[in-house]
Design a binder for this molecule. Structure first.
Ligand SMILES: NC(=O)c1ccc[n+]([C@@H]2O[C@H](COP(=O)([O-])OP(=O)(O)OC[C@H]3O[C@@H](n4cnc5c(N)ncnc54)[C@H](O)[C@@H]3O)[C@@H](O)[C@H]2O)c1
Length: 258
């Protein structure tokens, strides 16, 4: 038996890579139909094409930071599936790890727009449909940078802290109306964000730090996706407004960097 019935519809943003691609795979494997949304339609299509049963998913282009693009993507999903049961607000970008006096306003604005305004815009667009259906689940991919400094730069950390505020306020406003909202706070996970094609001049080298965590290794995207599946399932019915840390012990064992 699968976790979701065959009519269940899941939206995953950032579905073209990393955790989002893994979420598409896991939700389809668990019986759901999945709309794979990404700003990069080619990569979203690749995620769908590589599924064992690609007919259970559709690739849709969206820029989560753009309200019109968000609405157009939701309209497309509704036309395709007629309902929306789960929203995984997963798309995100890393900043260049700059402190406040060095980050450009443009980088600050884009990081906040994608990582914080994006989840808000997506939630705002799907909630009316979920209310009509008397329920749903929203899962926001936050970060250890939602709970501590140094997981990103100024903009990333501020945006990811904001994602927890959004999670809690949505829980307060919609929990009694059948919508459960939770956040996942991953630690260092092997994805395109941490291992970009062609490398990065600004990402810190985390290998030593990761080796010193209790788990002593990187997280795999599938491990995050399995947590998303659980949070979306009926087994998690009592979980509202949580910030689920999945970091191999990074925060527990955090060292003072100074
Ligand atoms: N990788 C990590 O170590 C880590 C740790 C904590 C949190 N996170 C968070 O996990 C989430 C997924 O990241 P990932 O690590 O899988 O990264 P990734 O770079 O592999 O995937 C992110 C995807 O989001 C898409 N995207 C970027 N901007 C978009 C936009 N404006 N609209 C729609 N799609 C957009 C990209 O095209 C890409 O396919 C992000 O929110 C990230 O902040 C990552």
């Amino acid at each position: 038996m699968t976790t979701f019935n065959e009519d269940s519809v899941v939206i995953v943003t950032g579905a073209g890579s990393g955790m989002g691609a893994a979420m598409v795979r896991e939700f389809v494997a668990e019986g759901a139909r999945v709309a794979a949304l990404d700003i990069n339609l080619t990569s979203a299509r690749r995620t769908v094409d590589e599924l064992d049963n690609p007919d259970r998913a559709v690739a849709v282009k969206v820029d989560v930071a753009d309200p019109e693009s968000v609405q157009a993507s939701i309209d497309q999903v509704r036309t395709w599936a007629g309902r929306i049961d789960v929203l995984c607000n997963n798309a995100g970008i890393i900043d260049s790890f700059q402190p406040a006096h060095e980050i450009s306003l443009a980088e600050w604005d884009r990081t906040i727009a994608v990582n914080l305004t994006g989840p808000f815009l997506m939630a705002r667009a799907v909630i009316p449909q979920m209310l009509e259906q008397s329920g749903g689940a929203i899962i926001n991919t936050a970060s250890i940078a939602s709970l501590s400094a140094a997981g990103g730069g100024t903009a990333y950390t501020a945006a990811k802290h904001g994602v927890l505020g959004l999670t809690r306020q949505l829980t307060f406003d919609y929990g009694r109306r059948g919508i459960r909202v939770n956040a996942i706070c991953p630690g260092a996970t092997l994805t395109g964000l941490t291992m970009p094609d062609g490398g990065s001049d600004t990402l810190p080298d985390n290998e030593d730090e990761i080796a010193r965590t209790p788990a002593g290794r990187w997280c795999q995207p599938r491990e995050i996706a399995r947590l998303a599946v659980y949070l979306a399932s009926k087994d998690a019915d009592f979980i509202h407004g949580a910030a689920m840390v999945i970091d191999g012990g990074w925060l527990t064992a955090a060292r003072n960097p100074i």
